[in-house]
Design a protein around this ligand. Structure first.
Ligand code: ATP
Ligand code: MG
Length: 218
């Protein structure tokens, strides 16, 4: 079995930057890996992603949102994640189900038991081996994220969450920290306010620790 490693945190905390650097690290170690993301990861997941992230879709109903995120994960698990893990590949995934709990639950106020019920129905028995929570203030994350989106010209396509007020992102951050406190074995919290290189170093330590625990020679 491979290893399922998920990167979580608010917008602009550095998930996409760090997942790519983590991939470089695994490559140096000659370990097989893939990088993927949620929502997305499959052609159908990418179509669902467009609906979920578009600034046009402010009228989406919370339950629709929850079901679309879940649908993307079901597709992703069957087509990509489970086959990769079965073949001994390490899966680095940009967000997974904790993001739904943090955003729809803590951020938007959807009842947590409903989210947990949907997850346990459709994503049973599955949890990441390691979840790296990149933690920084909502202000810092949003500033970084808005700058990136502006530079890439993706305001319409990806702006729905960046358009929400600061307090929403503060609730999401607090939600993530709560989840991490609840499952300290699975989570590692990394200070995402540090430089890209410093954050990378810390992530490499977390991954190395987990690889050793699982019997990899690193
Ligand atoms: N530690 C850091 N210090 C300074 N800038 C950073 C750091 N990490 C990432 N950045 C920059 O901040 C921006 C957002 O980073 P990135 O896209 O990796 O975050 P993300 O968590 O994937 O965001 P999103 O949730 O919007 O996808 C990028 O332009 C990136 O270059
Ligand atoms: Mg990203």
């Amino acid at each position: 079995m491979g290893l399922f490693i998920v990167f979580e945190g608010i917008e602009g905390c550095g998930k996409t930057t760090q997942i790519s650097r983590a991939g470089d690290f695994l490559k140096q170690q000659n370990l097989p890996f893939i990088i993927t993301r949620e929502p997305g990861g499959t052609p159908i997941g990418d179509e669902i992603r467009k609906i979920l992230l578009s600034s046009k879709n402010t009228d989406i109903i919370p339950l629709t949102e929850l079901l679309l995120y879940t649908a993307s994960k079901v597709q992703h698990l069957q087509q990509i994640i489970n086959p990769a893990l079965s073949s001994g590949t390490i899966v680095l995934c940009d967000r997974f189900f904790d993001a739904t709990v943090a955003y729809q639950g803590y951020g938007e106020g959807m009842l947590l038991p409903l989210i947990e019920k949907v997850h346990s129905m459709f994503l049973p028995g599955l949890a990441p081996d390691l979840t790296i929570l990149l933690d920084c203030s909502a202000e810092l994350g949003l500033n970084r994220s808005r700058r990136r989106i502006r530079l890439e010209g993706k305001e319409q396509a990806e702006g729905r969450f960046e358009d929400k007020e600061l307090t929403f992102h503060e609730r999401v951050r607090a939600g993530y920290l709560q989840l991490a406190r609840r499952e300290p074995e699975r989570f590692r919290i990394v200070d995402a306010g540090l430089s890209v290189d410093e954050v990378h170093e810390k992530i490499c330590s977390c991954i190395t620790e987990k690889l050793r625990e699982k019997g990899y020679a690193v």
